[in-house]
Design a protein around this ligand. Structure first.
Ligand code: MN
Length: 202
């Protein structure tokens, strides 16, 4: 199984664009802290948590995250928290692109599916933004698809993942305060509004 998330020892994937590429919507300082400090910490803590367990080191990240019953009880929490952090941040940073690229509105099959489930792209955006504003504490809002192509907007707490329920990420909004606080302070709604300018939907 080839995994985009890699295997132990996990390495911090570089951003697929420059730190200032998402300006003015996400500032370079936030990107440095978010990627180089927060994301990096999930990677190194995941490696630390897996260090004593050779049988887990052979597994791709997806398998580790979905093997809850096989994880050592004393290390289950750090493995799931930090593994989820690596999973979610990999998808989040790869799911953004500079505002100038024409990738921020869906087309083709995804557009049809969004219109089928939410009426219009504008309706979807409004509903998704409301859900993201309503996340209590730290978490994420995502658009997910199941194996039959059904779409769902779901909020997830902390660094949980829905992978093991068979849901694949279409797009993810990080609504942890560390994702926006330097620029937006407490104004999560403004951050969410601006994130639509840089979210990748193609
Ligand atoms: Mn984050």
């Amino acid at each position: 199984m080839i995994s985009v998330f890699g295997e132990y020892p996990f390495v911090l994937p570089p951003l697929p664009y420059d730190y200032d590429a998402l300006e003015p919507y996400i500032d370079a300082e936030t990107m440095h802290y978010h990627h180089d400090k927060h994301f990096a910490a999930y990677v190194s803590k995941l490696n630390d948590a897996l260090a004593p367990y050779p049988y887990l080191q052979k597994m791709p990240l997806e398998q580790i995250l979905c093997s809850v019953g096989d994880l050592p009880p004393e290390s289950r929490t750090p493995i799931l928290n930090n593994g989820g952090g690596v999973y979610n941040h990999t998808l989040f940073f790869n799911g953004l692109a500079p505002a100038s690229e024409e990738v921020h509105t869906p087309e083709g099959e995804l557009l049809e599916a969004i219109e089928g489930f939410f009426g219009t792209f504008d309706n979807f955006r409004e509903q998704f933004s409301e859900e993201a504003a309503a996340v209590f504490g730290s978490g994420w809002t995502g658009l997910f698809s199941d194996s039959e192509g059904n779409l769902f907007i779901r909020n997830i707490a902390n660094q949980d993942v829905l992978l093991c329920e068979g849901l694949e990420v279409v797009m993810l909004f990080d609504v942890w305060e560390h994702a926006y606080y330097l620029k937006y302070k407490n104004d999560r709604a403004e951050y969410i509004k601006n994130l639509w300018n840089v979210i990748r939907l193609r």
